[in-house]
Design a protein around this ligand. Structure first.
Ligand SMILES: [Zn+2]
Length: 374
């Protein structure tokens, strides 16, 4: 059985409106980095079409999905529909692929579960997935559909009984947690920055049976994510014995990302994912947040080698073709006004920074474990 890399042609040339945090490219550059490195065989890459409406309404409201399709067709919506569905308002702009793009990501996540259930694949990376804020009938937090929820629902439909969803995006996975509260077939673990939008995922929410949340402060460091993973996430997850693992691997906790204050190195990010992957043979890694195109493309390309248990490849130098691809990406952000930092373009791994586990994280882990009777 092979592992697969899921993507879609729609991501090349599709952008959110000018000035939006997603007015940049992340998905196709990740795939091209993987190809340039020779890390994938052509037959392992699967390009997905948009999901059918029938597939989307397993979670989303039909009228909402129709409105999203209409927004794409007409590049506009009547005011009352915009307000009703939060489409074309604030950070959820109408753009030319506003339906087809998230529907392609959703299709990929649904198909990933199907292929694993049918024993056609062992592990799958769907870089385009991870839209964890999407609501049943509302666009929310840049997310028009929720591929994470659709994937978990598909897993339950196909007979998985212990789905473990682990989310390391800087933002809490409110859209996923809300749907599966107290669902005994699903366990949701999230590490996220506290006091940050959407303001959910608080410590008290650990009282809910199947939910484990780590709201961490902006000083959260490399040693501390190791500590949380090894002392709480792994023991709790092992007690569940998952039959399917879904990792939302948002890259917005990395040092240099503009949408969080947390500054992890990619070494810590990859170590966390590697440790979590050991929990289950059947695994899907999704994307998610990640608003620095250089760091995000490297992080997600690296996830492909982790998935294939070849993380030593990340110790290699970055060839010039890869550095050139990264430096060609346009990013309208003050962090690169004076030029793109060499470190982002020339090597896979960040420099290791010496850190220690602070009292706040030790106490957080202790509190969470006691709330879970571990
Ligand atoms: Zn995020």
């Amino acid at each position: 059985m092979q592992n697969y890399l899921f993507t879609s042609d729609i991501f090349k040339g599709s952008r959110y409106e000018k000035g939006h945090p997603l007015d940049m490219d992340r998905v196709w550059p990740s795939v091209e980095l993987i190809e340039l490195m020779g890390w994938v065989k052509e037959e392992q890459i699967i390009k997905n079409k948009p999901a059918e409406i029938e597939e989307l309404i397993k979670f989303h409201d039909l009228e909402y999905v129709k409105a999203l399709k209409k927004a794409e067709e007409e590049l506009d919506l009547p005011e009352y529909l915009k307000r009703k569905y939060n489409i074309g308002i604030g950070n959820n702009p109408i753009f030319s692929e506003v339906f087809s793009r998230p529907a392609s990501a959703a299709k990929a996540s649904i198909k990933a579960v199907e292929m694993i259930a049918n024993k056609q694949a062992k592990k799958i990376l769907n870089i385009s997935g991870g839209t964890h804020h999407g609501r049943k009938s509302e666009a929310y937090g840049f997310c028009f559909l929720n591929d994470c929820v659709l994937a978990i629902l598909k897993a339950i439909e196909l007979g998985f009984s212990k789905v473990l969803y682990v989310d390391i995006d800087a933002h809490h996975c409110d859209g996923v947690q809300d749907v599966f509260l107290n669902n005994e077939k699903v366990t949701i673990i999230s590490i996220h920055e506290k006091n940050r939008w959407p303001q959910t995922g608080k410590l008290e929410e650990n009282k809910i049976n199947n939910i484990m949340n780590f709201p961490v402060s902006e000083s959260f460091n490399d040693s501390e994510i190791d500590y949380v993973i090894n002392n709480a996430v792994i023991p709790y997850a092992k007690s569940i014995q998952p039959d399917l693992l879904i990792i939302q691997a948002g890259a917005d906790m990395l040092n240099g990302d503009p949408q969080s204050r947390i500054s992890l190195s990619n070494n810590a990010y990859w170590r966390a994912i590697k440790d979590i992957l050991l929990l289950c043979e059947s695994s899907i890694i999704l994307g998610g947040g990640g608003y620095n195109p250089y760091l995000t493309a490297k992080a997600w390309a690296g996830n492909w080698v982790l998935l294939n248990d070849r993380d030593y490849l990340l110790d290699s130098d970055m060839p010039e073709e890869c550095s050139n691809l990264l430096s060609s990406l346009k990013w309208n952000n003050s962090r690169v006004r004076m030029g793109i930092p060499t470190q982002w373009l020339k090597s896979w791994r960040d420099h290791d920074v010496k850190t220690i586990v602070g009292a706040e994280v030790i106490s957080l882990v202790k509190n969470v474990l006691s709330m879970k009777s571990l």
